[in-house]
Design a protein around this ligand. Sequence first.
Ligand code: FES
Length: 571
Amino acid sequence: MSNPIGMRRNLAGYGDAGFSIFLRKAFIKALGYSDEALDRPIIGIVDTDSGYNACQRNVPDLIEAASRGVMLSGGIAIPFPVISIQESFAHPTSMYLRNLMAMDVEEMIRAQPMDAVILLGGCDKTVPALMMGAASAGVPAILLVSGPMLAGSWRGERLGACTDCRRFWGRYRAGELSDEQINEVNSELAPTIGSCGVMGTASTMALATEALGMMLPGGACVPAVHAERRRLAERTGARAVAMAAERLTPDKILTPAAFTNALRTVLAAGGSTNALIHLTAMAGRLGIGVDLAGFDRIARETPVLIDLKPTGQGYMEDLYHAGGLVPMLREIAPLLDLDCMTVTGRTLGENIAAAPTSFKQDVIRPFSNPIYAGGAIAVLRGNLAPEGAVIKQAAANQALLQHTGRAVVFSSLADLAARIDDPALDVTADDVLVLQNAGPKGAPGMPEAGYIPIPKKLLQQGVKDMVRMSDARMSGTAFGTIVLHISPESAVGGPLGLVRNGDRIKLDTAGRTLSLLVDDRELAARLKALPPAPSGEGRRGYERLYFETVTQAEQGCDFNFAMPKITTTIP
Ligand code: FES
């Protein structure tokens, strides 16, 4: 049958299509469905609920509401499970598992009968994995995030995961808080379900995917526990049925111009550096490459407008009350391509025009009065980062952005944990902390270890920031003068692995360079002494696949076989 819909899609291979649908209907009727119900378009709903994942623990409620929207619009909703990843419950790292989840999502959408799919998730890696899988599967897809958590309060001070997790932990390590006090703080950091309430990776990806056009307008910021989140789910269900009829597939929405809009949105939001990796991976699924030099260029043109932690002061619920993403998109509209198609069936420009009018508020700044004038994230290159590195200068100590210092090197995460607080560590505030072997293969899984802790003895002297660098990532909720994503990573022979204690390193953020001030002959000799890069040899299962095929940061850390040939480069 050509162009089948509903239950007749993606039949199991018995060599007899009639028998395949006969058998399929027999089994689904065991769930109580009637023939009439089974003739409707099917909307799959990706269920990412997990007892380990508070960031999206409202998924069951959202499935119920989205299913209602599907039914009201004449479809039938069928939820199905995939992997769920929560940041602090994923060993060795959530990033190590992101591509596994993307494969799960892609194959389950492809394997099962559905005319459109609702992607439900919220935590950092969940949204990128859902988007990567859906982009590859090619079925009409609409994203619904779980929504941010509400902010907490401790002794009169607002706080929330996870910028304040790090801030208070730093104060505890410095001896400013007692065990009892830090425990009180611990109970207030995530006072409700939902994704982290600051402009971390989850919030950044929610805004980026709304700007991409993959979510209903206003969908990024509604708190997880608000009734409006459920109404949004109902509207998402209704829209999914229409998208199935329109055959509005992801490739019609996820265009090069839409990804450039998303990158601009990340920059204007003061968003997470992780978004650059995830958007690169998502774009890569459609043969679109992200050029770091181009990213640096648009970063210089795009001011930071949203006053949320860690670059500013507020929380996601404040952004919701300020009108959500749309008022910010209006401010940067001259920089956007407003003709991009979205899940509404209308363009981004039409969605913005149809949204409620903006009003006076103090969370989203006007273009003319930004939090940070431009270049929230800068791309660095040099003999220490031939394929690039990034620094979130908007969240850095501005006085350290131009800095030359002596390297204090940690060869691994274990070495860092063992020595960072050693009173005998030879370190001063002017030194540069260097962490090696924390990249995609080195750790493995490119952990969010780039926020190298300030050595305790310096913390106790009142040192709040130092220049730190690694091939790791950093949580979007973190802050400091921190160079990340150094590529190639040290474990595969990148120059970062050649740094030795006492070497001089020059960070020139204005000039966009990162230099190891050691002569080339010496570096060539050190390169010869490096151990071989880790490989799949001697490993099995997913770990083997990972080590054999994961790419570097500038390619999004996707598996090389998951990406088609790159045919277009942005921005
Ligand atoms: Fe899940 Fe922050 S840990 S969103």
